[in-house]
Design a protein around this ligand. Structure first.
Ligand SMILES: Cc1cc2nc3c(=O)[nH]c(=O)nc-3n(C[C@H](O)[C@H](O)[C@H](O)COP(=O)(O)OP(=O)(O)OC[C@H]3O[C@@H](n4cnc5c(N)ncnc54)[C@H](O)[C@@H]3O)c2cc1C
Length: 438
């Protein structure tokens, strides 16, 4: 019998568990750890609350979680409650699927002002991540600036722009719904260093901006390259750019029917945030494109900004005893291998890129490495204690482990507490989650 510990219960964690089941069959026991008492990582705390059909992928992970040889071991933080050397002593393979939960810092003067947030924190706030539930952003100003031109920036802009009615079927947490209800925002700026051809927004998500009840997107016609230039773009990007063209073609009097404007500001690099205590403005340097990269022109402009959310990428959190690549912001690894018997997968391996599905081949590839390493005798004989050894350690340390059965009780309680029309009302507090699972 082989024992595998997977650290992290997001997409990468569960695709890896699925691959290990397929590869090793009845000869494996798999423990999937998570620092939270609830599973599924960013499916729960990242994916937008108004995109419920995407969150439904968790049903596939549930099937894996409910199999005989897989356990969910929640509320255990690896590197804090239990160390990596301890786990390596207990399991044949330890696979880190811990994601990239920290915001890449903006790194400009003023980024520590009030009402300036990274997207991990801001998205965590409206999605009920216990670490960020108390964020309390001030939405009483008129202008929000969302830095970045990817799908996360789009999510943030869309959620800020939606009405209570539009969020009715979502699982946005009630504290965020109340705050958005009282929002005074009239202008949401999406700020990008590069141009319309360099956006990282997928067509379906971008198209949604054109269908909002009280908000209209605005792109300046003069910012768009000549239409014939779109021919060289790959089809997905070309479709996204066609949405930008449609936004630009909407007459002003039609846009003016909606009280909130979502404005695209291209070729603008943030240089400083200004304000006393709280952010009031953002200083940008206009850029031009040189071989697809943004180069400063020296022209400085100032935009009002009462709220700033930067959506410029994520970094993995280091764990003691695991080699870390500071520059890349993820574990140092060679195609998923870190040290003998220690691997990484998903965002912890490759950084924050791709879709949920991209983590599936990742999981299968790392399990292939484990199988090769076993075959070549690198992981020793099958004598490790696995989950039984962990249970002894957890009892000695009085850890409050949350099982998958406990999670199902938490889930039922969340479903019972849902607002009318919403799928669930999430607990945003770890203690409350644990109590509901008892
Ligand atoms: C805001 C946002 C929206 C997104 N929307 C979409 C979308 O609509 N469609 C799409 O295809 N993709 C989307 N993605 C991308 C998708 O969420 C990721 O591809 C995917 O979640 C990465 O999976 P992962 O398992 O590597 O990491 P994660 O999902 O982050 O899972 C990591 C897990 O590890 C746990 N963990 C971390 N450290 C420890 C530790 N020390 N001990 C124990 N457990 C730990 C965490 O609690 C977490 O549960 C979105 C991402 C973000 C940020």
């Amino acid at each position: 019998m082989r024992h595998i510990a997977i650290i992290g219960s997001g997409p990468a964690g569960y695709y890896t568990a699925e691959a290990a089941q397929k590869t090793f069959g009845d000869d494996v026991r798999i423990d999937v750890f998570d620092r939270l008492p609830v599973p599924y990582g960013l499916i729960r705390t990242g994916v937008a609350p108004d995109h419920q059909s995407i969150k439904a992928v968790s049903k596939r992970y549930e099937k894996v979680a409910l199999s005989e040889n897989v356990r969910f071991v929640g509320n255990v933080a690896i590197g804090e409650d239990v160390s990596i050397p301890e786990l390596r002593g207990l399991y044949d393979a330890v696979i880190l699927a811990t994601g990239a939960p920290r915001d890449r810092p903006l790194g400009i003067p003023g980024d520590d002002l009030g009402n300036v947030f990274g997207s991990a924190a801001f998205v965590g706030w409206y999605n009920g991540h216990p670490q960020f539930a108390g964020l309390d952003p001030d939405l009483s100003g008129k202008t929000a600036v969302v830095i970045g031109m990817g799908n996360v920036a789009l999510d943030v802009a869309r959620i800020l722009a939606k009405t209570r009615g539009e969020l009715a079927g979502s699982d946005i947490v009630t504290h965020a719904l109340h705050a958005l209800d009282n929002s005074k925002l009239e202008r949401i700026v999406l700020l990008g260093r590069r141009g319309p051809h360099q956006i990282m927004m997928t067509p379906k998500e971008l198209g949604e901006l054109g269908e909002l009840a009280r908000a209209a997107p605005h792109v300046a016609q003069t910012d768009l390259p000549p239409p014939e230039d779109d021919a060289i773009l790959e089809p997905g990007l070309r479709k996204s750019v066609s949405h930008l063209r449609a936004f630009a073609a909407t007459p002003e009097h039609i846009r003016a029917e909606k009280p909130v404007e979502v404005e695209f500001v291209f070729l603008s690099a943030p240089r400083a945030l200004l304000g006393t205590g709280k952010v009031e403005a953002i200083e940008i340097e206009k850029t031009r494109l040189v071989h697809g990269q943004a180069e400063g022109t020296g022209a400085i402009e100032r935009l009002r900004a009462d709220l700033v959310v930067s959506c410029i990428g994520y970094r993995t959190s280091p764990i003691p005893d695991v080699p870390f690549d500071e520059r890349a912001g993820r574990f140092a690894n060679d195609d998923g291998r870190i040290l003998t018997g220690l691997y990484c997968v998903g965002w912890a391996r490759r950084g924050p890129s791709g879709t949920i599905g991209t983590n599936r081949p990742d999981g299968y590839a790392v399990v292939e490495h484990v199988a090769e390493d076993i075959e070549q005798g690198m992981l020793g004989r099958a004598v490790k204690q696995g989950g039984e050894g962990f249970d002894r350690l957890a009892a000695e340390r009085h850890l409050r482990v949350v099982t998958f059965r406990d999670w199902k009780k938490i889930e039922e309680a969340e479903e019972r507490a849902a607002r009318d029309g919403a799928p669930r009302e999430k607990f945003v507090d770890v203690e409350a989650m644990i109590r509901a699972g008892d």
